[in-house]
Design a protein around this ligand. Sequence first.
Ligand code: ATP
Ligand code: MG
Length: 392
Amino acid sequence: MKEIVLVKYGEMALKGLNKKTFEDMLTKNIKRRIKSLGSFVCTSAQSTLYIDPQDDSIDLGEVVDRVGKIFGIAALCRACVCEKDFADVCTKSVEYLTDVLSYAKTFKVNAKRSDKAFPMKSPEICMELGAVLLEKFPNLIVDVKEPEVTVTVEIRDTNAYVHAENIKGAGGLPVGSSGKALLLLSGGIDSPVAGWMMAKRGVQIDAIHYVSPPYTSDRARMKVEQLCEKLTDYCGGIAFHCVPFTELQEAIRDHCPEEFFTIIMRRLMMEIAQRIAAKENCLALITGESVGQVASQTMAAMACTDAVCRIPVFRPCVGMDKTEIIEIARKIDTFDTSVLPYEDCCTVFTPRHPKVRPRLADIEKAQAAFDFEPLIQKAVEETELKTFTYNK
Ligand code: ATP
Ligand code: MG
């Protein structure tokens, strides 16, 4: 029995003229993710992509697993390929669905007939196939309202397809379709989630990370690289920019009032991020901040940080509780890495009494006490680039 994977495109179906570009982008993202599993023929028709494995030994479970993480997909399922002939649909349905139907109590048949030339209409297909299945599986009764199993028959251009599963896709838009943004990626829980959320909206992600050796260790950096690698499952390739930040942090420590350390540090981070963003064609910055989580994440503090920003700063976690962020972190499998106990540059020289309601004028004055510009330029120049590609 021949089995394929059917992928139903998501939201972009609404985008009119852009639809073709979006679909091409999504198809490319899908092909890249499954390439290492074997050879496939992918064709698209009627907002559906058909992934047709060219070799029986290909693990379709793994295909579904990988494709289920790709943004731009509403639903997907494995399906059995039938001739466009009702007798063949019946025989194959019985055989293909034996396992699920033998143990279920209730079911219904759902027919979709996009080929209107097919001699039977949808209600007729439902009734007749339903009757065949009832006879073969005496354990079953029909429940059209809340069936345990819905057997779907799709009569399409060249073939008919039967399946009993409909897996929810990752939703969103194909990564790359909204342009690129630069994610400030720490080793914490929130920023990987923020990156995932923006990737969901079709944004391609570059990451930037600040390190302050010897105050932060190599292991801390490796942890962030590991997070990048995990994010490639969802975001595809990620260019990772690692910024040497020690001298700037020492300058802050030596020249600024302690209560402003964190905010001035965040302003310098933003300044550097924008310069890297300009070089790399990133149109916005992304952070994992959430209102009220820590002293540097009050609205007043964010206003002081944003005052140095010339491009939009997206904070998709801004209105979320920590528990909600953690839920996503677990789902996307970044949580266990994020909670590894290595230090971050944000925890170096933290003030004992940070200002919760800083005034921009005070911050600007404090920051003006030292000329950070040469050190900013040096940090940008010495930023290291490493590229993470999807490598499964
Ligand atoms: P996270 O869990 O993402 O680390 P957090 O709650 O620990 O966030 P902060 O440490 O104040 O909060 O950092 C706020 C945001 O600043 C982070 O979400 C991240 O976007 C950015 N950030 C913090 N530290 C770094 C770093 N070393 N490199 C890059 N970005 C950072
Ligand atoms: Mg942090």
